[in-house]
Structure formats: C-alpha cells, structure tokens
Write a new protein. Sequence first.
Length: 470
Amino acid sequence: MGAGVRLAIAFAALILLCTSALAQEKTVDYWMNKANELIHKDLDEEAVLAYDEVLKLDPKNETALLRKASTLYTLGNESEGQETYNEALLLIKENLRTNPQNAKSWQNKAIALNGLGKRDEAKEANEKALVLFDQSLEEDPENVSLWKGKADVLAFLGRWEDALQAYSRVTEINPNDYQAWGRKGEFLGMIGKYNESLVALDKAIEIIPADNDDDVQAWNLAKVSVLHTSNRIEEALSLLDNLTDTYPQNKKAWSLKGYDLAKLGRYNESLEAYDEALELDSKDAQIWSTKARQLAEMNRYDEAQEAFDKAIELMPSDDIKEIEQVVQIWLDKGDALNKTGNVDASEKAFQKALEISDEVLKNDSSQTSLMLLKGNALFNLAMYDAAVEVYDQVIETASPNSRHVSSAWIGKGRALQALGRNEEALEAYRQALEINPTLVEAWQGKGESQKALGRARDASLSFYVAEKLG
C-alpha cells in the first residue's frame, strides 16, 4: 500500500471521526482538540492531518506546528519532523521580532530548538521565557495560563519541585482544572513520588466531566503508566480490568492488560487479552508482534512463527517507523527460531532484517533508529566488528536527546564483550549509564565485563543493581 493511499485512508478515517460534529463550526480550537483526542487513541497519522487542518485556518499557529513535528517524530518520520521544527522555528523568530516580550513564543522557541537537538540554545530560550512569565505574573497573579506556562518551563529546566509548586498554584486558583491535576500527577511520577502522583491523578479522574470518556480513559492510562514505572503491576492490572470492563472497545487497555498478565506469569490469560485486542482490530500488526513474542516466551514456537508471519504480512512499509517495526519483527523472529535450534532459519531472519535496513539507509543515512536496528542485526549474525562501527555511527549522528544513543552504547558494549575487549565494553556501559543510570541491560553488561576482568566485587555490585532495577 503506497504512502498516498495510506494518507487517503487516514483522511477518510478523520472525516468519519468528525461526522458526529458536522453542525459544529470547524474552528482552530475544534481541530486542536480533535488532534489531541486522536493522539490519545494512538491515531497519530490522523492527528497529523488534524494539525494540517489547523494550519490551513491559521498558518502561523506555533503550537500546531510544534505538535505536528513531535507527532511526526513519534511516527518515525524524523526528516519531516525536523523540517517541521525548522518551519516552526522560523515562524517563532519572526513573531519574536514583532513581540520580543512574548513568553509563550520564547517557550515555543525552546521546544523547537530542543526538537532539533540544540539543547544549550533551548535552555537559554526557556530561561528567557521564565523571566517573562514571572514579569507577567506580577501583573496578573491569578492567570492560570501563565502559571501553566511557567510550570512547563521549570520542568524543562529540571526544576521539578518549582514546577510542582507552579501547578499547585493552578489547582489552588481553579480546583476543577483536571488537566492541571493530571499534569501535576505526571510531574510527581517523573521525580519518583509515585504515591503523590497517583493521588493527583485520582483527583484529575474524579473531576473529569462524566460525559468526557476520552479524557477519563486517557488519564486512567496515565495512571497505569505510573503504576508500571513504580513496578506495581497488580494494581495496574486491577485498573486495566476496570477499564476493559467499562470501555471494552479500548484496544490499548487490552494490549497493556496482556503485557501485565504476562509480567505476573499468567501467560494464557495474557494471550486471551491480546486476542481481545485483535478482536477489536485484527489488522494491528504491532499486537500480532507482541503476541508472537509472548508465544515465544512460552516456548510455543510454531504458533509464535505464525504470529510473526502475520505481523510481517500486515505491517505496512510506507513510512520509516513501519519499516523499523518490520525490521524489529524479523529480529524477534530470528531470536525465536534460534531458541528452537533452527540456526539456518534464524540466520535468514537476521539477514532479512539487515537487508531491509541497508536498503533504506542507502537512500537516507540519517535514520539513526534504523541504523541501531542494523547494528543489532549484525550483532545477531556474529559480525561484531561491523556492529561496533554501526553503533559508533549512531552515537555520532543521533540527536543528543535521542534514546538511541544509550541503546547504541549498550549494543556496542555487547559487541565488544563478544570480541573479548572487556575494558572497552566496560567504558561503553559506563557511557550508557551516564545518560540513564536506570538501564538494567547496562548494569548487567557492566557486571559481566567486570567479572570477565576478574573484578568480582565490582561485578557483584553491578549485578545487584541490575536485579533491583529489573
């Protein structure tokens, strides 16, 4: 299916989703709210089209451009995402020439710069925004929008406690602002205050208007995310049970339920949950792929292969994110085949993953996420030196704020270990942990490298941290 056909289908779906509001004037606010609703439903392609509708009505809407850019990144379309961030940045600079005291525009400038990987410049823009928000609040201390803007800027600057105080001010001014309660809950979760986070999210859910089913589901799923992060899987599962009972058409809830059931060792029930999700959308390649991995974990390899093949059959290859998912499915299929002892078939699967990634990277070498998958394919084919080279390319070319950098350091560490270069592997794992000290794979790899170097005490500590985190 070509990209043009996919866009036509997405646009048709967007029209269908909007038919219930035909009598409503299609304003900028309408389309922005529609885009937000679509993102909550994981309909990112349709959300991009909704942002395009905003931009038809208001071509200079900074927020729509920035959200469109972010959504394009979510879809894996990094090149178009960068173009959109650059377009937004040019517009924002133009607006700031006209009104240099606009705090929101300085905040938006920071978002655009951060999206382009220019973190130092983004920080400067946010600091300027913060000064302007404070000045405006001196004149209008009850302005909720100003407090929200200040809170988000403070969060970007890593000043989480100050950001929480700002959102607390919002909820003091308007105790019924459920979005503010929800955002406050997210912030609390980010800094590890999980109990307080859940209290804030419960407050948000409690005061959402009864007829707003979309936000009820969205904020309940945000609560599930906090429960996952705090490793409270049974509580997350209980919440998902309630969600699937109340909203049985929520595919994401069923899919997450399958994940949680598997984490609790309830594998057959996990498969039933995935099957419920597939009943809602039998063409969701991602759920087929997740189900396949679950079957492989249960040593039901024949069924796993069928599910992997179904995922490959259904997964379109029109945009970069979909191609990445296809490559990942081939890698997972290779892993499953390898566990059965079918080495030849396993190598063919890994080779297929390598061929697909190579074909795309010939034409667009900037796709670091696909480059990372290529490195993984080379590693699985025991081509360790080549894998190290590819991981180095990811580290050199990926945006500094990309999660791919830490993954590349871990991949490089594994490849160096396989080559017996344990000191270098240890340094690679150290680099990964410097970016994110909670990476279980990095702690595990660090321990294995230390053990190979005869540093038993250090290895024991690394393994202990990995176990606690995992």
